[in-house]
Structure formats: structure tokens, C-alpha cells
Design a protein around this ligand. Structure first.
Ligand SMILES: [Zn+2]
Length: 421
């Protein structure tokens, strides 16, 4: 049997993390509710809340009547305790936004990307320029910025180097974005895949709220998923888990952007839908200046065009089959469908998508899952990215870190050891 060792310091940090996460994600809450919602004793809750209030990370937010007793004071994380920055590195633009702790957006900077494929040094420059610009715009002190979250398309290795593998950006071999950004700023940099950060935002503030097991299924030009199991993001060994779009729907089927054949993305991704329509429509494409307007036009013509109707009915079926596979694999409480194309399809045909998922999933797990649409909209990637430094703050129990600290360095020296059986 392995002896379990914990230091007083670790214990205090983990208790603070539990309590602060509850207050942030489910607050405002009273001390009484915090005791009921955590395994902490009333005395511990009281002591830790007093610390949070003294540090200014938590503030009082009114009170509620209690049965016969004194009114109970409600607590929330103070919106102005600190600020966070979120960056969405997209295929066509870099968007940088600054938020307070309540995730109210206070400043925004946008940089269109002129040259394709995207050049790594130009990307770093846009991100760093954007950070300076939003700090100046919001008029906040750099010392009050808790960190910067940066979301990329593709597979993001969240290790020290922060390698980003993005075939669509021409970065197939991996670019050390984490290291390059850290070389240009003293602020703590956190990077991740855009679908995963959007998934975290939906879990915290959107349609995933209140669940522990969910899959955020995103359909845009590309198709991906963020899998949340037991409240934590499922990443796999090197962070690429959730590439739902590249699971095989049709063996030997249509060629996908990834080079394989028959991927789900080649059928339900925006490009796949538009290609299938053009082929069925004797080479005539759906009208629109870009993919988004073409998909909109195609959906609008579903009533009048037999070809459009056929393609979209099949798309709904394919999407339902893909969702059925997610239900069978992960047994989620909730599937949250989003991404701009997913929203467009789901707004019109959610009942049909549910029915198609039912046909392709096992009965029991299907009956345990609800299928909803994303609530934050497809433009919430920068907001999602900004949840990365907040997640670090919560995990760290609100104990602020020096710039550039790594998770391994968070614990610090072990000053005193307690040995438990
Ligand atoms: Zn593929």
C-alpha cells in the first residue's frame, strides 16, 4: 500500500481551490450553502471565506432570508479582483479581448490576417500587440492581469513548449507557440485548442452548466468536440482527444481535409455540405460570398429546392449518427451542439437531429442524455480562452503565481510533512 502524504500547505491550497471554484462557478452562495455543497466543515468555510474577503478575491453580494434565523450573506468572486485576456487565433483573424472576473468584456482588438498560410512570427506579433492594446484601452494596470489564454485551431500540446499542430494554418509539423509567446511577455501564457476552450466556457456559463459529463460538439468549417468527464476535460495522452470530425462515418467515403476518407467532417462540416450540394446540383454551388452565407442560403432554400432538402436531410442524419456515436462512447448527461454551422442546422432541425441520434445510439445511454444548442454563440472563442487563466486561479485556490510558473512549480517547497495511513 502506498502511503499518502500531504502537506498542510497542499491541504490548505486544495480546500481553497474547492471553495473558490464553488463560489466562482455557482455563486453567489452563502457560507451555509458552501458547507452543504462541499465536504468542508462550517469552521473551515468560515476561516477560508474570511481569508478570501481579506484578500479581496471574494466580496459580499447581498443577503437572503433564512428560516427563522439571521439573513445569510451571499458571497461572490469580486469582478474587479483581477483581469484576464483571451485570444482567438483563427484562420482569418486574431481577436484579443480583456475581461474582468465576471467575464464582462472591457476591451477588444482585432487583427485581420492578410497572408496565407499564417506566419508564426506574425501571429505572435498580433497577439502581443493585442495584449498591449486591450490593456491600454481598458486602462487597467498590467500587474492586475492574472494571465492570458490563447486558443488555436488544431492540436495544442499544453506542455512547456506549447506546440501547435494546425494543418489548416500550414503548421502541420508543430510550431512552439507557447515558448514563442512567453519570450515576448512577462504575463502568464496559457494555450489550448479553440474547441476545448469554447467547451469550457459552455460548461461554466452556457448550456453545459450544472453537468459533470458532457460533450460540446462543434460544427463549423471543421468539426470537433470537447469531452468533459467527471467535470474535467478529457485530453488523451498528448491533448489531441476529441477529434470527433475525423472519426469514420463512411468506410472508403469522401476525401477529408485531413487526407483520410469518409470522415464525419467531410459530410457535416460546412465545406463538406456545400461540396455535396454542388455535386448533387449538377455543379452549381450554393450562393454566398463565404461559407457562412452559402450555408445560410442553402438552409433558406430547403422548402423550395428538392436538392437542398435532400442534402440537408442527409446532413441531419449524418450529424445524428455522429452524435449517437458520442453518446455510445461517453455516456454524457448532455450533448451541446454548437459552432456556426451546428447552430444554423440545430436552430432549424434540433428535433430531427435528436431523432437521428436516437436511431444510432443505444437506447439506455440515449435516454440519459439531453441534446441542447450552445448558448454563448460561435464567437465566444476569445471568452473561452480567457477561462484558461481563471481555471488556473481557481485550481490554485486564488493564491497568485509569479509569471511563468508551471503547474509543477505551483506546489513550492514542502515545508512540513504530515503522514497519513
Ligand atoms: Zn478527416
Amino acid at each position: 500500500m502506498v502511503a499518502r502524504r500531504a502537506t498542510v500547505r497542499d491541504m490548505r491550497r486544495s480546500n481553497r481551490a474547492v471553495l473558490l471554484s464553488k463560489i466562482y462557478l455557482e455563486g453567489p452562495l452563502s457560507r451555509h450553502e458552501l458547507t452543504q455543497l462541499t465536504s468542508l466543515s462550517p469552521a473551515s468555510v468560515s476561516t477560508l471565506v474570511a481569508e478570501f474577503l481579506e484578500e479581496g478575491i471574494v466580496e459580499e453580494a447581498g443577503s437572503v432570508e433564512s428560516d427563522g434565523g439571521r439573513p445569510r450573506i451571499l458571497l461572490q468572486v469580486a469582478p474587479t479582483f483581477g483581469h484576464v485576456i483571451g485570444v482567438d487565433v483563427g484562420e482569418t483573424r486574431v481577436t484579443v479581448e480583456l475581461f474582468d472576473m465576471s467575464m464582462a468584456a472591457l476591451a477588444k482588438a482585432d487583427y485581420p490576417i492578410e497572408s496565407q498560410p499564417l506566419e508564426p512570427n506574425a501571429t505572435v506579433r498580433h497577439v502581443l500587440d493585442g495584449i498591449s492594446a486591450v490593456i491600454a484601452q481598458a486602462g487597467v494596470a498590467q500587474s492586475g492581469i492574472l494571465g492570458v489564454g490563447v486558443a488555436f485551431p488544431g492540436v495544442v500540446d499544453t506542455g512547456e513548449e506549447g506546440l501547435v499542430h494546425a494543418q489548416t494554418l500550414g503548421w502541420a509539423d508543430g510550431v512552439p507557440m507557447g515558448a514563442m509567446l512567453r519570450a515576448g511577455t512577462d504575463l502568464p501564457i496559457h494555450i489550448d485548442n479553440g474547441a476545448k476552450t469554447l467547451g469550457q466556457a459552455e460548461m461554466w456559463f452556457g448550456a453545459g452548466r450544472g453537468t459533470q459529463h458532457a460533450v460540446i460538439a462543434l460544427v463549423g468549417s471543421g468539426v470537433g468536440a470537447a469531452v468533459v468527464a467527471g467535470g474535467a476535460s478529457y485530453r488523451g495522452s498528448r491533448s489531441s482527444a476529441g477529434e470527433w470530425g475525423h472519426t469514420t462515418l463512411v468506410y472508403g467515403g469522401r476525401t477529408c481535409r485531413c487526407g483520410a476518407r469518409g470522415c464525419l467532417e467531410a459530410y457535416v462540416g460546412a465545406e463538406g455540405i456545400l461540396d455535396r450540394y454542388r455535386e448533387a446540383n449538377r455543379g452549381r454551388a450554393a450562393q454566398g460570398i463565404d461559407e457562412e452565407s452559402a450555408i445560410g442560403a442553402l438552409i433558406a432554400s430547403a422548402e423550395t429546392s428538392k436538392t437542398a432538402q435532400k442534402i440537408l436531410t442527409e446532413t441531419v442524419g449524418y450529424l445524428g449518427a455522429g452524435i449517437g456515436a458520442l453518446i455510445n462512447l461517453f455516456n454524457p448527461e448532455r450533448i451541446v451542439l454548437g459552432g456556426w454551422a451546428g447552430m444554423a442546422l440545430g436552430t432549424r432541425w434540433l428535433p430531427q437531429i435528436r431523432a437521428a441520434a436516437a436511431e444510432h445510439a443505444l437506447q439506455q445511454p440515449f435516454s440519459q442524455a439531453t441534446i441542447l444548442l450552445c448558448e454563448l454563440g460561435p464567437d465566444a472563442v476569445a471568452l473561452g480562452a480567457a477561462t484558461l487563466p481563471v481555471a488556473r486561479l481557481l485550481a490554485d485556490g486564488g493564491l497568485r503565481l509569479a509569471a511563468g510558473s508551471t503547474p509543477a512549480g505551483v506546489r513550492g517547497p514542502r515545508v512540513r510533512r504530515l503522514t497519513a495511513a
